[in-house]
Design a protein around this ligand. Structure first.
Ligand SMILES: Nc1ncnc2c1ncn2[C@@H]1O[C@H](COP(=O)(O)OP(=O)(O)OP(=O)(O)O)[C@@H](O)[C@H]1O
Length: 272
């Protein structure tokens, strides 16, 4: 059995947010948001600071109840799933997932097996231990498996959080700014791995160049509304980048690689 077969069930349902509105007092953090993340594809969730990306990820994960609208994974409403079932279906890697614990890296990653506990033969189940070994290997942390969690660097912790999440064997992977703390090589490795897993993935990203290189589709949020949604090249147009990010920029054919890349001139001067 391959890493991927052990780590992934093989099911890659679509994830759909239908008319999601989240209000805080009289302010809409999300306003009638429709998103369709295609099964097995990587969808980038883009938008300026405070545009609602984390709020939407929490709604997609089923941990925040919207005031209106629903989230469907396949044809099932996320909020109708039991906690255990939800944890085996959707996994969220949070932006600042702080964990202070005396546990080792392996023990932290093994926590990802909790939603599968009843299915295991016992505490030392070979199946569960094999999954933990596989995901540690996938993220390149085998050599650090027995280290204390608190001794890890920020980037190593980020990869360990991903490993814990993959140990849940989810069908849908939600990533909140997953490349924070990572050096360029690790950013590229992390996103390449996310693609390779073949899960339905939604990743909030600030780096538009990385989004262009690694995402199949993007959703662009601005002040809680969807301003663009579709394939990267067709969505990240110069007018949209100007209106949403207030930058003069465009996606141009890369001179050497078979893909577009982001070329920016500068920010738009705001007139008083
Ligand atoms: N509990 C809260 N109380 C008040 N405002 C909140 C709360 N949670 C979120 N907000 C506001 O909702 C808006 C959206 O926040 P959110 O974290 O979803 O944005 P984001 O796009 O993920 O931002 P960033 O790119 O800066 O991480 C922001 O203006 C934020 O200040």
């Amino acid at each position: 059995m391959t890493h991927r077969e052990r780590c992934v069930h093989g099911a890659t349902p679509d994830l759909v947010a239908d008319g999601v509105t989240v209000r805080l007092g009289d302010r809409a953090l999300l306003d009638d948001v429709h998103v369709h993340a295609r099964g097995g594809r990587v969808t980038g969730l883009l938008g300026p600071n405070g545009s609602g990306k984390t709020t939407l990820l929490h709604v997609l994960a089923g941990i925040r109840k919207p005031n209106r609208g629903t989230v469907l994974v396949g044809d099932v409403a996320v909020r109708s799933l039991s906690h255990r079932r939800r944890a085996r279906t959707i996994a969220l890697v949070e932006q600042h997932a702080a964990t202070t614990t005396d546990l080792t890296v392996r023990q932290v990653v093994a926590l990802g097996r909790l939603p599968h506990r009843r299915m295991l033969a016992g505490p030392g189940s070979d199946a569960g231990a094999a999954v933990v070994d596989d995901v540690l290997d996938l993220v390149g942390l085998t050599d650090l498996a027995d280290r204390g969690w608190t001794t890890l660097s920020g980037g190593e912790r980020q990869r360990a959080h991903l490993a814990r999440t993959l140990a849940q064997q989810p069908e849908v992977l939600l990533l909140d700014e997953p490349t924070n703390h990572l050096d360029l090589g690790q950013q590229l490795r992390f996103l390449a791995l996310a693609r390779e897993l073949g899960l339905t993935t939604v990743a909030a990203l600030h780096d538009l160049e990385l989004a262009t290189a690694f995402c199949d589709d993007v959703v662009v949020l601005d002040a809680g509304r969807v301003r663009g949604h579709g394939p990267v090249g067709a969505t990240l147009t110069a007018p949209l980048l100007r209106e949403v990010y207030r930058v003069e920029a465009s996606l141009d054919p890369h001179p050497r690689l078979d893909r577009d890349h982001l070329v920016w001139d500068g920010h738009v001067e705001e007139t008083a």
